[in-house]
Design a protein around this ligand. Sequence first.
Ligand SMILES: O=P(O)(O)OC[C@H]1O[C@H](O[C@H]2O[C@H](CO)[C@@H](O)[C@H](O)[C@H]2O)[C@H](O)[C@@H](O)[C@@H]1O
Length: 269
Amino acid sequence: MTTITEVTGLASTRAVTAAVVDRLRGHTPFVCLDFDGTLAPIANDPATIELSTRGRAALIELSHCFPVAIVSGRAIADLKARIPTERLYFAGNHGLEIEGPGLTRRHAEAIAARRELQRAYSSIQHATTDIEGVLIEDKGLTLSVHYRQTPEFARLHVARAVDRAVVESQNLRKHHGKCVYELRPAVDWHKGAAVEYLRSAIERKTGTNLLPLYVGDDCTDEDAFAVLNQGRGVSILVADAARPTAAEYLLPSPDAVHKFLENLLDELT
Ligand SMILES: O=P(O)(O)OC[C@H]1O[C@H](O[C@H]2O[C@H](CO)[C@@H](O)[C@H](O)[C@H]2O)[C@H](O)[C@@H](O)[C@@H]1O
């Protein structure tokens, strides 16, 4: 992994757009977008997050021109409540569930781990019940344990509760996100695998070769960047400062992502 500024030195949204448009021209892009921190800014309460009118408009327009997927740690049902659903593909729960026009898939081993996930939920809830600001989301196939609103001094206690639940389960793995621990079944699957799955399913359906473009902001998006780097694909990190990443380009914020998507539409359609 390297640091983005060492790779491209591209800082402005306009420069990133120009470079990406050059790569995509003459191809059919498959536009894959993470949700939290990419399409919508990070905030304290995950339940209150909404897609802006501008972001919504760009997504609708894009989905009429190219295949577009939302690839997220959230459950698909949660995403659908926040995002226009028509024509979009969804990979929820870090890719363990997939839906889209003519497509439905839920990872069988992840479904089988549901009991363990419920046990982990109870164990963490019990251990953190007196700690301020802990939020545990049961998303069906994965859990998120949020500590964004937990005081600094209590965070170690949350981490220990999560680690204990993982050890007790033996079949769950802890992943890191932005002020969140993500508990996922120990299956060989991630956002990058989901993008590949969707790409080949859509190519089979449409008979068109696709060039994937992935935009994401979090550790779990690195799996997708890495997969795209192995084959053909364009990867963009959303971050307000340089950091180690496998992505090739950098955009500074969700607002810049919306602007980038609008520019993409102008240039490629
Ligand atoms: O893959 P993503 O679409 O980026 O989803 C990752 C997780 O996002 C949400 O949590 C994050 O965003 C919250 C709202 O801004 C923020 O409060 C939290 O600290 C972040 O970790 C979501 O709640 C999780 O379920 C997703 O897995």
